[in-house]
Design a protein. Structure first.
Length: 609
């Protein structure tokens, strides 16, 4: 039994291939919105972090109507670190719109999202986007997409995919890339293709009710809201249901409200049935993966599973002398509650308690995945300290295995030698090297995940910011030898106080400073990077000695270089095992775990002894 008046489709692509921009076109040309409702670009990237970084972090649902058919559209993240978001929301769709840049072609994350779509047996539609680029090559990109599908084992029906060409920026879709007339085409051919080729949702309205919880939202007024696609049956306001949890426990509940997605939001309805993507209100603490079922004949649905994390970091309270000056949430209880609350919606995250009651081991898909969580927490008023990212190893037989990644770099041809040296010193192995257009060379490496930590900044520095870098998880392989650590030591403050310009001027002769004059400093805080490999204890508060003699030429002009500002991701990749990143709503600081020099010496002696 199928619902011919509904289509459920997810938009999937590599990062920055134009998903959210294309959705903007769909919204603007649908005729269902007032102009005041669609302000700015990247309309669905609604939170501050998404707008600041220009990426989609959380999947979004919207609904449009075309020729009397409701189209539920799911906009998904494109960055590999948020693959967990893609994996869970694909369960709500019947088709996937694969967006591919008409110049770049399929990239690492394109492979990942297509593989997940094939596992969910979704109908694939392909759009070659950005044909407005002067260097676009849409026909070749379609051929490369076909080759990728064949490599991933797609069947003949999937390989015979429908396709279109588009410019999300200019707002048109066309069957012929040579014809680029926005007025003639607009976005309508894309909607026609979705209605024609995406199968209507299957489900039996007369069967017992079943719905998988795919997303959990929270409202201060309504509590937790469970969203998912109804597999079978009908649900109405006031119906009795049971929550079927991971531990097989059945918890009775009453649905106090049923909502369906309508344009950019949701609208309350009397009932929803098989095939609808619905939000149910009133359930006691629903969790992603739970089945909501009929209490008379409860039938469980296969639980959502996602790929395991590959990277972990230690989260602990902020124990520095400056703790408590900026934030509102400072204690281990606050930290624990926030981290375990994140687990309810962040399916790819893991949180484990440690032997230290004030610390938690938090695991995720990558540095960006975890740093986004840290950034959200600091904006919410939390203070914490975070340790160096560590890869998660697995013991297979009597051998330790570690995660490997495929590293893809597009780099100016004259910088290939420097890139090869940087990657190979971190145990990267070249797999492919091809010459591209515009003086760029395409490089693909296989590299241990621990070799990637701190590598991005070095690659960008070596290419003057021109390298384009992506990576995706490849698999676990036997652990190889050591990866080089940071080549430079750091300057560590020996006392507390306020940084003085004269002291920093003297220190900058042999170091790059991380602090400006007037900054609050404490003992054990890292204030700069040494020009040599050893750590150096310094006094950034030292002032110039005064005399009662004034002579011509005795005063020196102080010329200070600008302090180096580290972003959160750069700071996390910079630190070593004996260091923390201190994070507050107003500051990001680097520090030693053991603040006093004597404590650091004792720790070194304990390790070597």
């Amino acid at each position: 039994m199928q619902r011919d008046n509904i289509r459920n489709i997810a938009i999937i692509a590599h990062v920055d291939h134009g998903k959210t921009t294309l959705v903007d076109c769909l919204l603007r040309q649908s005729g269902e919105f007032r102009q005041s409702q669609l302000v700015g670009d990247c309309i669905l990237d609604s939170n501050d972090l998404e707008r600041e970084r220009g990426i989609t972090i959380v999947a979004k649902n919207i609904a449009l109507t075309h020729n009397g058919i409701k189209i539920n559209i799911i906009d998904t993240p494109g960055h590999a670190d948020f693959g967990g978001e893609v994996e869970r929301v694909l369960r709500m769709a019947d088709g996937a719109l694969v967006l591919v840049d008409a110049f770049e072609g399929p990239r690492p994350q394109t492979r990942f999202v297509i593989k997940k779509a094939l596992e969910c047996e979704l109908k694939l539609l392909v759009v070659a986007n950005k044909i407005d680029r002067a260097d676009c090559r849409p026909e070749q990109v379609l051929s490369e997409t076909f080759d990728l599908l064949a490599e991933l084992g797609a069947d003949d029906a999937t390989l015979d995919f429908p396709y279109l060409f588009a410019s999300g920026r200019d707002g048109y879709v066309t069957h012929d890339p040579a014809v680029r007339d926005k007025q003639e085409h607009g976005i309508r051919p894309l909607l026609d293709m979705i209605v024609e080729h995406v199968p209507p949702p299957q489900g039996d309205r007369t069967a017992p009710f079943q719905m998988m919880v795919t997303t959990v939202d929270y409202s201060d007024y309504l509590g937790r809201i469970a969203t998912g696609r109804i597999a079978n049956g009908v649900i109405s306001k006031g119906d009795q249901v049971v929550l079927m949890r991971a531990d097989s426990e059945l918890e009775p509940a009453e649905v106090t409200s049923v909502e369906l997605f309508d344009k950019l939001g949701r609208s309350a309805v009397a009932s929803a049935s098989a095939g609808d993507i619905a939000a149910l209100i009133g359930l006691p603490n629903p969790e992603i993966g739970d089945t909501i079922a009929c209490p008379i004949d409860p039938r469980v649905l296969p639980r959502i599973s996602v790929d395991e994390p590959t990277l972990s970091m230690l989260f602990t309270i902020n124990s520095s002398p400056l703790a408590g000056q900026d934030g509102r949430f400072l204690t281990s209880r606050h930290l624990r509650e926030r981290l375990f609350r994140e687990l309810q919606s962040n399916l790819a995250l893991r949180v484990e308690e440690t032997d230290e009651k004030e610390s938690f081991q938090v695991s995720g898909r990558g540095v960006l995945h975890l740093s986004i969580l840290v950034e959200q927490m600091r904006r919410e008023g939390y203070e914490l300290s975070v340790g160096k990212p560590q890869v998660i190893q697995k013991q297979i037989g009597d051998q330790w295995h570690e995660p490997f990644e495929v590293l893809v770099i597009d780099v100016p041809t004259e910088d290939v030698g420097a890139i090869m040296e940087l990657v190979c010193t971190r145990r990267g192995q070249i797999g492919e090297m091809t010459s591209g257009g515009g003086g760029m060379t395409h490089l693909e490496f296989s590299i241990p995940a621990r070799g990637l930590i701190g590598l991005r900044t070095r690659l960008l520095n070596a290419t003057r910011g021109q390298a384009v870098i992506f990576h995706r998880f490849e698999g676990y392989r036997q652990r190889e030898g050591d990866v080089p650590h940071r080549s430079n030591g750091v300057l560590v403050s020996q006392a507390a106080g306020v940084a003085v310009g004269y002291a920093l001027w003297k220190l900058q002769e042999r170091a790059e400073m991380f602090v400006q004059p007037g900054a609050q400093i404490y003992e054990g805080m890292i204030v700069g990077e040494n020009s040599r490999e050893n750590d150096l204890v310094v006094n950034p508060m030292r002032t110039k000695k005064l005399t009662n003699v004034r002579a011509s030429g005795s005063d020196e002009n102080i010329m200070l270089k600008a302090a180096k500002e580290l972003s959160l991701e750069a700071a996390l990749e910079y630190i070593e095992n004996d260091e923390y990143v201190e994070i507050t709503p107003a500051a990001i600081r680097l520090r030693k775990i053991h603040l006093t020099e004597n404590a650091r010496r004792r720790q070194t002696t304990r390790k070597t002894g």
